[in-house]
Design a protein around this ligand. Structure first.
Ligand code: THU
Length: 136
């Protein structure tokens, strides 16, 4: 089994627990940290639609709750025919904890896969350099 496969399996398993009664679009995400641990999360929708959260946000919250803050690999899985890319907000959330070279594998439950990087998903990211250079 490749390294990435365990991450995809974790994302696939947690996807089963997604709360997606409105979109019916279940997503699972898993992040591997520098220590080698895996943290997973699923999307959690709400009847007040904007209050829903993405799978990536859940995985990141689980990681931080455990006291870890460095992501070295990401996997996202959904039931769509083509691999689903993280939404814009989740790209920024991943960039907070990952290097631009960090691999992101997007998978489908049918076995499709596509791998990119955090930097390719979010070119020109807003970083602490921008923040600090404008602080008054
Ligand atoms: N969703 C995620 O959880 N992650 C993504 O990367 C794309 C979209 C969720 C949000 C919402 O619950 C559902 O998919 C449909 O947009």
């Amino acid at each position: 089994m490749r390294m990435t496969d365990d991450l995809i399996l974790a994302a696939k398993a947690v996807r089963e627990n997604a709360h997606a009664p409105y979109s019916r679009f279940k997503v699972g995400a898993a992040v591997r940290t520098g220590s080698g641990k895996i943290f997973a999360g699923c999307n959690v929708e709400n009847v007040a639609y904007p209050e829903g959260t993405c799978a990536e946000a859940g995985a990141i919250a689980a990681m931080c709750a455990h006291g870890e803050y460095d992501i070295v690999e990401v996997a996202v899985i959904a039931g769509s025919p083509d691999p689903v890319p993280p939404c814009g907000g989740c790209r920024q959330k991943l960039a907070e904890f990952a290097a631009s070279s960090t691999p992101v594998t997007m998978a489908t439950v049918d076995g499709g896969q596509m791998t990119t990087t955090v930097g390719e998903l979010l070119p020109g990211a807003f970083t602490t350099d921008h923040l600090n250079s404008g602080a008054q």
